[in-house]
Write a protein that binds this ligand. Structure first.
Ligand code: SF4
Length: 190
């Protein structure tokens, strides 16, 4: 049976590969056990997006929180919002001050999965919920597809038992810090 990676891993791996291992370990427990305040707030805002209903009659022109899958890349996950009429895909995050490479990988994966599923997309963008800012970005091409595929292969082949460099700044902003055996640092949200 083929194994598919969750699209969220694409960003988590860039932040810290070991966070994926910890995510798997604690996946069966309540997220409240390890979610820090900003993550809980961001998740609440995200949940609001997933369950949002149009004020009048539900619009078939907007898809929110649907699952997508790419057989070519071997990934699956949820998108935030797809405006069908505008052919516009938007990935929302609670607060965007910097667009990290991992964010691009997530959005590119969503884009490639949707196009593989037959959707037409002409625009893609990030949306920062906290300051209501939209960040349009370029549609990924073959070069980005190859980069993404290499990133996914790297995750799939990663040895979580190998030695790794621990970045204390990242650890201090990592929701798993208090549970992580690679550091004694607690996250700043504790
Ligand atoms: S606490 Fe540090 S080493 Fe552990 S998963 Fe988080 S960022 Fe990685």
């Amino acid at each position: 049976m083929e194994t598919f990676l969750p699209i969220t891993y694409l960003n988590d791996f860039v932040f810290c590969p070991y966070s994926i291992y910890l995510h798997q370990v604690f996946d069966n427990n309540s997220e409240d056990l390890y979610s820090a305040t900003p993550q809980q707030r961001g998740k609440a805002e995200h949940d609001a997006i997933d369950t949002f209903e149009e004020p009048s009659r539900p619009s078939k022109a907007v898809l929110k929180g649907i699952y997508v899958i790419s057989n070519k890349l071997g990934v699956y996950g949820k998108i935030d919002t797809l405006y069908l009429n505008k052919k516009r895909l938007v990935e929302s995050k609670y607060s965007i001050t910097t667009i990290y490479q991992g964010y691009y990988y997530q959005l590119w994966a969503q884009y490639f999965a949707l196009t593989e599923m037959g959707f037409e997309i002409e625009e893609i963008a990030f949306y920062s919920i906290r300051d209501k800012k939209t960040h349009p970005t370029k549609i990924p091409q073959q070069k980005e597809f190859e980069e993404l595929r290499n990133h996914i292969r790297k995750i799939a082949r990663f040895d979580f038992e190998s030695a790794m460099n621990v970045n204390s700044v990242k650890c201090s902003h990592c929701i798993y810090a208090s549970l992580c055996d690679k550091t004694n640092i607690d996250h700043v949200y504790a």
